[in-house]
Design a protein around this ligand. Structure first.
Ligand code: NAD
Ligand code: DAU
Length: 377
């Protein structure tokens, strides 16, 4: 079959990447989708079981730091679009091991840019696009400046407008980068390289910066799946500091839909912020998770509140993230489709119904799963 386009999605075996791969494989049968992933601890091909046999899907096990391999895949497969998600993504790991983050997120992104340039430059970059997926954490941390008595959650648009009227700050696309963690510093650096390849070599690029995602297939080291799994097993819930930090949550399929829209309709060289205007204090999320999980498990709602355990704060813990995604809404008409209450119910339900997935990931069983097929990890 002749395909209209060949799109390489890096990091497609991870959390967000698997939703993006699934969406593109299903929605665009006339595109060939290549999922290039190293399968680190965070990569799990079981996340893509439902699309792995589709004729327009191909998996390539490779490290984004391996320039020669990238070059041969982009050249031989005639890749004309890259959606780059592969990264080390967990802040706590970056605090313990910053080198791995610099290697993958900075050097890996640079290798990918160089390989794309080597193939695309002689073609005059015709119909080519390098789309880089980044994070709101590059902007640093915001203050909690809203007046006393007005507290998150701000989970509706009306309240976010009210919030803005009080003079509260949001992350907008024109803000200066102020990363604090080794993770966000490495992502900031990769964003700069991507833009530099546009400005220096004329490569068509787009960068998007998104807020915290939640939903199915997230690795249970991140707040929501970790805590649902712990509630399930009645294990302590380690809340950093006093649980006062604020994050802005977006359902992962809404992010994948934004990526699809921007890949097809976004302006080259532009940056778009993606977020749901949905700020929550960690402690309120944790209490919501306990109530929903208890109810879905048939326990008395809230009976597991005593699992909350306040622990030493994360080093350099950013106080508040809040994305202003109005540019994306205004220019491309994107809006989040799910209210948080609905999304969290759906998410908890998914983890409880997919206990086997959680068990395989937490036991390490999944690491053996594809060992014979792809030569191990
Ligand atoms: P994840 O950790 O779940 O998945 C990362 C994937 O990248 C895994 O499949 C892993 O195997 C792969 N990978 C890691 N190093 C690699 C390498 N050297 N070569 C090839 N593949 C490699 O991450 P995620 O949460 O899905 O995040 C995906 C992207 O989105 C990242 O770039 C992240 O910075 C960004 N992002 C994440 C969030 C969020 O809330 N999770 C929000 C905004 C932006
Ligand atoms: O904002 C986007 C970012 O969101 C992404 O770029 C990152 O890849 C992604 O990991 C996420 O970063 P966070 O650090 O915000 O996510 P995490 O789930 O690790 O933590 C969410 C909040 O919960 C944060 O304030 C720290 C807190 N926390 C987290 C864990 C794992 C706890 O209190 N206890 C925990 O055990």
């Amino acid at each position: 079959m002749k395909f209209m386009r060949t799109i390489m999605i890096t990091g497609g075996a991870g959390f967000i990447g698997s939703h993006v791969v699934r969406r593109f494989v299903r929605n665009y049968p006339d595109y060939r989708i290549i999922n290039l992933d190293k399968l680190t601890y965070a990569g799990n091909l079981a996340n893509l079981k439902d699309v792995e046999d589709c004729p327009n899907y191909k998996f390539v096990k490779a490290d984004i730091c391996d320039f020669d391999k990238l070059l041969s895949v982009i050249r031989d497969e005639k890749v004309d679009g890259i959606i780059h998600l592969a990264a080390e993504s967990h802040v706590d790991r970056s605090i313990k091991d910053p080198f791995t983050f610099a290697r993958t997120n900075v050097m890996g992104t640079l290798s990918l840019l160089q390989a794309a340039k080597a193939v695309w430059e002689p073609l005059g970059y015709k119909n080519c696009l390098f789309y880089h997926i980044s994070t709101d954490e590059v902007y640093g941390a915001l203050e909690l400046t809203h007046p006393e008595g007005i507290e998150p959650p701000f989970s509706t648009k009306a309240s976010s407008e009210q919030h803005k009227a009080y003079g509260d700050k949001f992350f907008t696309e024109d803000l200066k980068y102020m990363p604090h963690s080794p993770y966000s510093a490495s992502k900031a650096s990769s964003d700069h390289f991507v833009r530099a390849f546009h400005d220096t070599y004329g490569m068509p690029v787009i960068v998007t910066n998104c807020s915290n995602n939640y939903g199915p297939y997230q690795f249970p080291e991140k707040l929501i799946p970790l805590f649902v799994n712990n509630i399930r097993h009645r294990k302590p819930l380690p809340v950093y500091g006093r649980g006062e930090n604020v994050r802005d949550w977006l359902y992962v399929e809404d992010h994948a839909r934004a990526i699809d829209l921007i890949f097809h309709k976004g302006e080259v060289a532009e940056t778009y912020n993606i977020g749901g205007f949905n700020e929550w204090k960690n402690i309120d999320i944790v209490k919501t998770l306990i109530r929903v999980t208890d109810r879905l498990l048939g326990r008395a709602e809230g009976e597991d509140m005593d699992l909350i355990t306040y622990v030493t704060d994360r080093a350099g813990h950013d106080l508040r993230y809040a994305i202003d995604s109005s540019k994306l809404q205004r220019e491309l008409g994107w809006e989040p489709s799910l209210q948080f209450e609905e999304g969290i119910e759906k998410t908890v339900k998914w983890y409880l119904e997919n206990g086997e997935w959680l068990d395989q990931v937490t036991s390490g069983e999944y690491l053996k799963y594809y060992e014979n097929m792809y030569g191990g990890r």
